[in-house]
Design a protein around this ligand. Sequence first.
Ligand code: ATP
Length: 310
Amino acid sequence: MTSEIRVVAPAKINLSLAVGGAGEDGYHRLATVYHAIGLFDEVVVRPAGRTSVTVSGSGVDLDAVPTDEQNLAWRAVAALSAHVGRDLAVHVHVHKNIPVAGGLAGGSTDAAATLVGLDALFELGLPRADLMHVAAGLGSDVPFCLVGGTAVGTGRGELVAPVMARGSYWWAVVPGEGGLSTPRVYAEFDRLAGDTDVPEPELPEDLLGSLLAGDAGALGSALVNDLQPAALSLRPTLTVPLDAGRDAGALGSLVSGSGPTTVFLCADADHAREVRDLVVAATGAATGFVVPGPVPGAKVSAARLAEGPR
Ligand code: ATP
């Protein structure tokens, strides 16, 4: 019997995020290009009599992360238990490196990693389609967090399809101070749109072309986020990192998802360090990351076998 499964869970950014009107379910229709980056939480699952969650991490707002049924990792345990019709009781420990409420899908990736961990721990051998189905019920970004890489998301983001993408890229990632609530940013998007007709969301051809070619310069110019004006409206100081990144020669600068994290596409790792340092200096941010992308989705990194009787 396996006594412990460790899963690495990557953050995501949106290379493009087109937002349409809200559907009947209240969710906005999206057309997005997701990109998983090398900034990881770690999720550890161990068999237990009943489910519990603990959280650790440094440099992240742990007080904002629930450790009860509200934690997305706990919700993943409940959802997969319901799916297989059996109580998959575990202790889940989440070690967070991904900023909380940062627009990087931190909670969603922990949920995806928990599904992967449970499948391995209980040797369920579930087809990928089952995990994707359960993931979609947990949140719009969770299916992508299972898949990773670079992929298109439509519907409310949960319909994930592969995209032809070449090359790998270097990013400077700078957390904003405090978080921004995703529902609040969508409400601000609606307020700014007012009575205007919001067009159907579309995938930008120029961005898809740059990915196909593996052309970092063209990708940098094509980055786009329809939520950025709403994030800037709620947090006007986000112009400071965006301007600093541009001045530092970033190939492209963007608010990540609903923010307030800002991301900067760079020519290589050294350039990303330079941009990170300049943006951190301009904003006074506590930290900034230099990470590659794309990286794979949530993946088992280690399994420990329980010792049998001697
Ligand atoms: P997204 O981009 O998917 O909208 P986000 O990256 O902006 O999300 P998260 O880090 O997922 O935001 O956190 C959003 C909220 O989810 C937090 O404020 C917290 O209350 C709740 N939450 C539940 N589970 C977790 C978790 N495992 N890690 C972080 N936050 C969690």
